[in-house]
Design a protein around this ligand. Structure first.
Ligand SMILES: NC(=O)C1=CN([C@@H]2O[C@H](COP(=O)(O)OP(=O)(O)OC[C@H]3O[C@@H](n4cnc5c(N)ncnc54)[C@H](OP(=O)(O)O)[C@@H]3O)[C@@H](O)[C@H]2O)C=CC1
Ligand SMILES: O=C1CO[C@H](CO)[C@@H](O)[C@@H]1O
Length: 384
């Protein structure tokens, strides 16, 4: 019989839904020693929190996250609220001895992220950051292919993360969902919102970045702010491109924008090495493209058989897939959160830490801050 794991979910928005869905389903598919119990959902709007709690089966609501943290019947604080709330909530939760699942980006800046890492370490509380794309089976398979030595010496890493939802000049800033355009709430634009994912994936697959040089652009300079009703300067980056040098000697390009007409959640990467290459596009999440030039035993693929192959990542031998449907049947976006939660609970069962944790997310924050610093003067910045 799994032990109860009492969840206090902060936020009923996009991530409130994906996480709640994961809590409800994870034990149906994974054999785990703990089972989430939806104890409380918390947000400032009482009506919306109540409606959300009724829809998803939370036992109670709170309208102040401090009260949620004080509660003795809560084991895990799940932070699914905007970026400017993560620091205060996470440090208070750690000091109260709660486990923490925090959304990305970990913090508004490195100073906050550093303090968050120190606080969870001192408190010794299990923690994880929802960089859910690591749990796309095709991306996990890319990691396996790298670890098996099928890429060989890496030369190039190429990441793009493109969307198009802020092109219209009359999209306001501030308020529900549009807080992403308000620097005071989001911290940064595409760098923290989208490239944080790309950096985390790159870190996992290709190791640490040592130096970056970047350019950013804000295409629409002023937008009406929903809270003041006035036009205010837009202080986030609408687009960001950076060059990176990796510790393993490879070089990388990263590009992100919310102005790529037609692109909705175009999150891609390619890693090119001496022995092979891999390519992934989140808009075709069940496919991993792999080119093999030489296998890890040193044998060259016969030239008449070389070519990019699209691996349909749905076999039970593929990462996570034995937990889902029969071979050939796909899974999608929501499952990445369920897979991530299963990893977290699996770690808890074994008493082992699970990645990516606050420390990994601090590293990503360091890259994001260095990128934004470099965009100011165009100079290369070392990752400290
Ligand atoms: N891993 C991933 O792929 C994704 C991660 N994210 C991250 O998740 C976080 C949330 O994003 P998203 O779900 O899209 O945001 P939404 O705007 O959809 O939802 C935010 C929620 O937070 C609540 N909230 C805001 N301020 C507070 C507060 N002070 N105390 C308690 N609740 C609060 C809001 O309710 P109310 O206003 O009533 O308080 C709302 O329910 C962000 O950090 C974002 O970067 C987002 C999308 C995907
Ligand atoms: O993965 C993601 C998809 O896009 C969202 C923005 O629209 C991001 O906030 C998020 O992290």
């Amino acid at each position: 019989m799994p032990k109860p794991l009492n969840i206090g979910m902060i936020g009923y928005g996009f991530m409130g839904r994906t996480h709640s869905n994961a809590y409800r389903k994870v034990n149906n598919f994974f054999d785990l020693g703990h089972k989430p119990v939806l104890k409380a959902c918390c947000a400032r709007s009482e009506d919306k929190a109540k409606a959300f709690a009724d829809q998803w089966g939370y036992e109670s609501i709170e309208t102040d996250w401090r009260k949620l943290i004080e509660r003795k019947d809560i084991d895990v604080i799940d932070i699914g609220s905007p970026n400017n709330t993560h620091f205060e909530i996470a440090t208070a939760a750690a000091e109260a001895g709660k486990m923490i699942l925090c959304e990305k980006p970990l913090a508004m800046n490195v100073a906050e992220a550093q303090k968050m890492v120190e606080t969870v370490k001192k408190a010794g509380v299990p923690n994880m950051v929802w960089f859910n794309y690591r749990r796309v089976p095709a991306i996990s398979l890319a990691k396996q292919i790298v670890d098996e030595g099928r890429i060989g010496r890496p030369f190039h890493y190429r990441a793009t993360y493109l969307q198009d939802w802020t092109i219209a000049e009359d999209v306001p800033q501030g308020g529900a969902a549009l807080w992403r355009l308000d620097a005071a709430v989001a911290g940064s634009g595409v760098t923290g919102d989208l490239l944080a994912h790309s950096i985390d994936t790159a870190y996992w697959l290709n190791g640490p970045i040592t130096e970056v040089t970047a350019a950013t652009e804000t295409f629409v300079k002023e937008r009406v702010h929903q809270e003041t009703g006035k036009k205010e300067a837009v202080k986030i980056d609408d687009a960001c491109m950076f060059l990176a040098k990796f510790a393993n000697g490879s070089i990388g390009t990263f590009e992100s924008t919310r102005y790529a007409r037609g692109r909705k959640n175009y999150n891609t990467f390619e890693l090119d090495g001496e022995a092979g290459s891999v390519f992934f596009n989140l808009e075709d999440p069940q496919l991993l493209s792999f080119f093999e030039y030489r296998n890890p035993e040193g044998q060259k693929t016969p030239s008449h058989l070389t070519g990019w192959r699209d691996i349909h990542v749905t076999n039970s031998e593929h990462p996570y897939m034995d937990k889902w449907w029969v071979p050939g049947c796909t899974i999608g976006y929501e499952h990445t959160f369920i897979n991530a939660l299963a990893d977290f609970i699996g770690g808890l069962d074994k008493g082992e830490p699970v990645k990516p944790d606050f420390e990994d997310a601090l590293y990503t924050q360091k890259v994001c801050d260095a990128v934004l610093e470099s965009a100011k003067d165009g100079q290369w910045k070392k990752i400290g």
